[in-house]
Structure formats: C-alpha cells, structure tokens
Design a protein around this ligand. Structure first.
Ligand code: SF4
Length: 89
C-alpha cells in the first residue's frame, strides 16, 4: 500500500469557515423591518444595525453589489447612494 502525500500547495478556502453573514444580528430579528415600506423610516432596523458587529462588511457588500433595496449596514438605499461616485448615482 502506498502512502498518500499531499503535494498540492495551492491556497485552500475553508468552506466551513464562518462568513460575516453568520454574525449578522438581523438573522435573529424580523427580516421585514429591513425592507421598510415607502414612507417608513427604517428606524427599527437601523437600531439593530447599530449594534451589529459586521456592519462594515455588510455595507461594503451592499455597495459592491449595488443593492437597491433594503437596509444594509444601517443605511437605506438612498443613504447608500451618497457613497457612490457621482457618475454612478
Ligand atoms: S449591519 Fe447588515 S448584517 Fe448587521 S444587522 Fe444590519 S443589515 Fe444585518
């Protein structure tokens, strides 16, 4: 029987490594609060975001993927638009 050796030196991604979403505080709250109806201010969701440890990662992902709906990283879509370069608005 031959002994198996691991000669693959490529970097590996641990598929079971925790992702920022695993720490999202909104996972344990009412998801509808994060998609306020027109005229609602989203304050309840923003309050949750203010205590969320992955807020920066969440906002960065929303900006990277141009999320048009919902509250991400404590900001509404309109508030996130201020983070984009002018040509993107
Ligand atoms: S910052 Fe993002 S991940 Fe955290 S509670 Fe708010 S929406 Fe959820």
């Amino acid at each position: 029987m031959s002994e198996m050796t691991d000669t693959d030196t490529r970097p590996r991604i641990a598929l079971d490594a925790p992702q920022w979403r695993d720490f999202a505080l909104c996972r344990v709250t009412d998801p509808e609060a994060f998609f306020p109806e027109t005229g609602e201010n989203g304050r309840p969701a923003k309050r949750v975001c203010s205590g969320c440890e992955v807020r920066d990662a969440c906002l960065a992902e929303a900006l990277a993927h141009d999320e048009r709906f919902g509250i991400w990283g404590g900001l509404t879509a309109a508030e996130r638009r201020k983070h984009y370069p002018k040509r993107h608005r």
